[in-house]
Design a protein around this ligand. Structure first.
Ligand SMILES: *Cc1c(COP(=O)(O)O)cnc(C)c1O
Length: 379
């Protein structure tokens, strides 16, 4: 390893994962590269996903979408979060599609279209039961009527209609059929208002794999693109793309009864070796995982000894012959016994998305092709 700590991103894994979704479903893939590509690097993840057959990109806000355009990415991009004061001009000039979830935002996008003389491509967002973004069912009719009028005026093109599922990764998927039925009603009402959007989209990673009726024209694939199986215990051949690792900076032999770290939460039971690793909660090692988590060093799982500090953790490596410069793996694909992002999620009582997006900006990303490289080498 050339740096003290790093996140190695296997771009071929992202390409492979995009292809898995496209091939298994025969449906278009919108690669969700929001939040810096779930921490992997938005532009790099976008390029890798497009190489695997993705045809759309999802970014949550204007800044993320414009950064993709500034990096030369020309694929269609959808955004869905903006403040009430958003003016949309820059987005329209950059050819970015906008999700609209209220009559007010339809009007604001239409104003920007008139001002820029650029037809606005919009995706109508309907709330089918998640009660987060989107127009609630009671307001669908006036919303579709307004969209239809603006479409007929020629300022808006209603290119998509979409919604989001609340429970696609839960074991029993409660409510999914109610959400599908509500989505169906929304689509019929929009058709009655004269709309015929080209892209109907509902499924996230879990729904795309589990519920074929949710696939429609486009899948919005986030966590699966980065290789985490969206439903625990169901495997579809996805390859985790990120490995987070750091060099051991220091080792020390200590006797039984030695207190380690803040508060001495951990006290050694035997004589043992402690190893200092420069990754802490500011880098995304969840503080809640102290006491249960492990890194892998020299092929063995070694527990985190005591509390996770801001910049570092101490591992109890027992009698392993660990030396400064050895590589400690926080998580990786799991193929060599190292922990995975899903295990860290369990240790921290969160989800793998939180672990991946939590890897801090201080950890340099290094891009590789092929998963065998860049792990376990000495500095
Ligand atoms: C993040 C996101 C997705 C992707 O969901 P995954 O479960 O990560 O595949 C899909 N749709 C919307 C609206 C999202 O915000």
């Amino acid at each position: 390893m050339a740096t003290m700590a790093e996140a190695v991103v296997d771009l071929d894994a992202i390409t492979h994962n995009a292809k898995v979704f496209a091939d298994r479903t025969g449906t278009g893939v919108m690669a969700m590269v929001k939040a810096n590509g779930f921490g992997h690097g938005a532009t790099q993840a976008a390029r890798a996903a497009l190489a695997g057959g993705a045809t759309w990109l999802g970014a949550s806000n204007a800044a993320e979408a414009l950064a993709l355009r500034a990096d030369g990415i020309t694929a269609p991009i959808l955004i869905w979060l903006y403040p009430p004061s958003e003016t949309f001009e820059k987005l329209l000039l950059a050819g970015i599609d906008v999700s609209v979830g209220s009559v007010e935002s339809l009007d604001a996008v239409a104003d920007a279209a008139r001002a820029t003389l650029h037809v606005a491509n919009v995706h109508l967002k309907v709330d089918t039961g998640m009660s987060r973004g989107g127009v609630p069912a009671a307001e669908w009719n006036p919303f579709f009527d307004r969209a239809s009028a603006l479409h007929d005026e020629g300022v808006l093109r209603v290119r998509g209609i979409w919604s989001h599922l609340a429970n696609a990764e839960e074991p029993e998927m409660p409510g999914i059929h109610d959400q599908l039925a509500a989505f169906d009603r929304a689509r019929r009402q929009s058709a009655d208002a004269g709309l015929d959007p080209e892209f109907v989209h509902l499924a996230n990673s879990a729904a795309a794999l589990r519920v074929p009726e949710t696939r429609f024209d486009l899948l919005r694939i986030g966590i699966g693109l980065y290789g985490v199986e969206p439903v625990p215990d169901m495997t579809h051949g996805l390859k985790p793309a990120m490995t987070v690792q750091a060099q051991v900076l220091l080792t020390k032999r200590v006797p039984a009864g030695t207190g380690v770290g803040y508060g001495h939460d951990y006290v050694t039971e035997h004589e043992t070796t402690l190893a200092l690793v420069p990754l802490g909660f500011a880098d995304g090692v969840p503080r809640q995982a102290g006491g249960v988590a492990a890194f892998q060093v020299g092929g063995e799982r070694c527990p985190v000894a005591g509390r996770v500090a801001m910049d570092q953790v101490v591992l109890d490596v027992g009698d392993l012959p660990v030396q400064p410069g050895d590589v400690a793996v926080m998580f990786g694909p799991g193929t060599d016994g190292e922990p995975t992002a899903r295990e860290w999620a369990e240790w921290a009582d969160t989800n793998p998305n939180d672990i991946l997006t939590g890897i801090g900006a201080r950890v340099p990303r290094r891009y590789e092709h092929g998963s065998e490289h860049g792990r376990y080498e000495r500095a």
